[in-house]
Design a protein around this ligand. Sequence first.
Ligand code: NAP
Length: 283
Amino acid sequence: MRNVTLNNGVEMPILGFGVYQIPAEQTERAVTEALAAGYRLLDTAASYQNEEAVGRAIRNSGVPREELFVTTKLWIQDAPAERNTERAFETSLNKLGLDHLDLYLMHQPLGDVYGQWRAMQDLYRAGRVKAIGVANFHPDRLVDLVLNNEVTPAVNQIETHPFFQRTGDQELMREHGVRIQSWGGFAEGRNDLFTNPLLREIGAAHGKSVAQVTLRWLTQRDVVAIPKSVRPERMAENLDVFDFELTDDEMASIATLDAGSSLFFDHRDPEMVAWLSGRRLDS
Ligand code: NAP
């Protein structure tokens, strides 16, 4: 597994396992199988409501803690967010059964963003988490956060897939030392990704599936990917992307699939902001 180096020197696997939308009762099995398949980066969130199951799978796996890279996320906190953030962090850590996190992400650019970030900086400085970052930050919000705080986010986890490629955003993040991490790398199958003719054709040339071409394309762009699957055969398939390389022509043809907008929702849409903000989850 190739690692990337974050802006504070911490190493993170370029490919990991996401557990969004895996029901809590299925998560322990899925994570157990993912760890057995060889995944070492696990991506969960307080709002996924499956941190305890992730923790059980970690404990029962026998994989040494230092080999794992565990990410969870802070849900939106009201102002003043400092105490809420610390409490939410401790709750997540307890549910996971860990004494530190590898990466803690602010899940949405909403609520008391600056209070949340100050508290996350304190957790980082206290050694409770090896790196802190954000998710779903558009460039304007990200640059504002970077310019007005002491710790630059190590990661911005954003929707990134063949139909929304984020190359300009990635370049801006690179300039500021923020690593791009893709969520929804398969667009959750939207837009018929898994039967896309171009991705199929490229896959056929390498003896690889559309999923593998997609993950190879992301990682070849230095984008960290965290595909989700509840099926062991797909978990293995999704890890098997480091024995081939896409040509410059293939990378250029995949670039033509970019439609430049979300297949899910825009975090700047006022209705979506209100909807997300209504879903409080502070424990
Ligand atoms: P995704 O990884 O783009 O797609 C998952 C879907 O693809 C599932 O339906 C899965 O089905 C299917 N799939 C997986 N491997 C496949 C393969 N090899 N062939 C065919 N189908 C395959 O979607 P995602 O879960 O939304 O995104 C990945 C991770 O990003 C999440 O789990 C979460 O950790 C993170 N995320 C973060 C945010 C955020 O706001 N920060 C938002 C969304 C997601 P099966 O399970 O049946 O295999």
